[in-house]
Every structure is written in C-alpha cells, then in structure tokens.
Design a protein around this ligand. Structure first.
Ligand code: CP
Ligand code: NVA
Length: 298
C-alpha cells in the first residue's frame, strides 16, 4: 500500500517516476485510455480552503476513471469531534483512496494508518508535497533537469512550502536557498534530517544572486491569520520584485504556488510579467497529481 504523506518519505526513484509519467499524462490529456482508478471511489477530505488542489484532484480522479466525493470536515462528524482514526476506519471500508487537506501532519499519518487505503497529503501545516512535485515538473518543462540548479525561496521560510522544498532538494540534488527573517526560518532539526545543499539567510539579495528559480508563497498561511500584523511587520521586504529578478540568472523562472497577495510576497508587475509560468504551474497540478494517483495504485 502506497501513500504520499511527505516528500521526506518519498524516494528519489518514486519522485522521478511521478515526474516522468506526468510528461506523458500532460501530452495525452483528452485522448488517454489510461484509467487506473476505473471502478473506484475516492474522497477529498478538506479542513482548509482550496481552489487549485480541490479542482485538480476532482478533475484528475474523474479522468482516471473513478468517482470522487468532496467532504468538507464541517459537513462530516469529524468537524464535531469524531476521531480521525474512527473516520478513517469507516471510510476505509467503503472508498478506495483519500486526499486530505488539514492542519496537523500527524492527522494525515493517522488516517493512512487506520484507513488502510492510499492516502495523499493535499497540504498540512508541515508540507505540501503535491505542490512542490508540480513546481519541479514545471521548472523542468522549460529548463531541463533541476539537479545542479539553484532555487531561491523568498518569504515565510518555515511554512509547508519551503519545508517540502527542503526535502526535495536533498533528494534531487539542487541547491536551495531560503531568504527569510530569523523567526521565519526552517527549524535546524529539519535541515539536519534532510541533508543536501541548503542555505538559509536573512540576506535576500545574496540568496537571489544567480538563481535559476525564484519562488514565493503567502506570508500568512491558512491558520495563521491571528498573527497577520506581526507577520507583515517582520516579512515586509521579503518580496520578489523587479530588483530581485535582476539579480537572478537571465531567463530565471519566477513561480508562486498561489493564491498570491500582490504588494506583499510579490509585486503586481513581477506577478503579471510571469503570469504564464505561474498559471502553467497551476495547470500542472492536474497532470502531476494524475501521475501521483497512477503511481499510488500501481
Ligand atoms: N496552491 C494551492 O494549493 O492552492 P489551493 O489552496 O487553492 O488549493
Ligand atoms: N503556505 C500556504 C500555501 C497555500 C497553498 C498555506 O498553507 O496557506
């Protein structure tokens, strides 16, 4: 039984399989007879908001031959305190796979352990593995293998996105630089566990110099709204804008997992100048997640 709960526990070989098969799935969309989920029913169980993840999984699961139901945790007994492990044991007897978006990483792990069905992390406070696999796929479509390249993450360096980037860097052999104020840098223990070439710095200009990919995410992740004022105070300045783009390698990509807050982590001009890449990145969620789903049931 396979799961995708974290990039830390996904092997390099499996990452490469997912990335390679996504190329074929993207090319063959529309005329594909590839239906590895035929006859199955999958559930999306979401405790947090979503546009891209929800739609790309719902469309992708259907295109692979299965039915899919969306369960907001507010609508099921989970929202009234029924334990994860009981929810998992009920659903595990009825459905064939689960895609979960929630707060605690341990909740998706517990669901996988008790549900005994393929389980995918669709974002927790700790990681967003489907997004980072998609980002790497998107980079490689135009810039070739990411191995040996320099990826610079700008902003809240301690949230789910940079942590998934940290685990990917060690596995795929690229340099990751994280530019963030001290209070928003990833825990040293995670960097130690991941290994690889990771530079964490408060110096945004130095981190951007010569980068192949500039990447950012919201300053205020879901669940952190009460900290908004303090986050804006500390993260102001950690923005991708034209002066930062000029420092990167000519032809460097600018990516954003979305949703984007103009004037905060990225300015309007830079966002719009890179909109084609950013919305291709959003579209690629569909192709890469179809590849993840195909791999997980194989
Ligand atoms: N990037 C991403 O996961 O977007 P959603 O929150 O809209 O799913
Ligand atoms: N770090 C963001 C990612 C959104 C896709 C959040 O958790 O809200």
């Amino acid at each position: 039984m396979k799961h995708l709960l974290s990039l830390e526990t996904l092997s390099r070989a499996d990452m490469e399989t997912i990335l390679q098969n996504a190329v074929v799935l993207k090319r063959q969309r529309g005329d594909s007879q590839h239906k590895p989920l035929a006859g199955q029913t999958w559930a999306l169980i979401f405790t947090k908001s979503s546009t891209r993840t929800r739609v790309s999984f719902e469309v992708g699961i259907r295109e692979l031959g299965a039915s899919v139901m969306f369960l907001s945790s507010n609508d099921i007994q989970l929202g009234r305190g029924e334990p994860i492990k009981d929810t998992a044991r009920v659903l595990g007897r009825m459905i064939h796979g689960a895609v979960i978006r929630t707060f605690a990483q341990k909740d998706v792990e517990e669901f996988a352990a008790y549900g005994k069905i393929p389980t995918i992390n669709a974002l927790t406070d700790d990681e967003h593995p489907c997004q980072v696999l998609t980002d790497i796929f998107t980079f490689q479509e135009t810039h070739g293998p990411i191995q040996g390249k320099v990826v610079t993450f700008v902003g809240d360096g301690a949230c789910n996105m940079p942590i998934s980037w940290v685990f990917a860097a060690a596995k795929l052999g690229f340099e990751l630089r994280i530019a963030a104020p001290k209070a928003f840098q990833p825990p040293a223990e995670i960097l130690k566990r991941a290994g690889g070439k990771i530079v964490v710095t408060e110096d945004l200009q130095a981190a951007a110099a010569g980068a192949d990919l500039l990447y950012t995410d919201v300053w205020i992740s879901m669940g952190k709204e009460a900290e908004s004022a303090e986050r804006i105070r500390q993260l102001t300045g950690y923005q991708i804008n034209q002066s930062i783009v000029k420092l990167a390698k000519p032809g460097a990509l600018v990516m954003h997992c979305l949703p984007a807050y103009r004037g905060k982590e990225i300015d309007e001009e830079t966002f719009e100048a890179n909109a084609d890449t950013i919305f291709t990145e959003a579209e690629n969620r569909l192709h890469v997640q179809k590849s993840i789903l195909s791999w997980i049931v194989s």
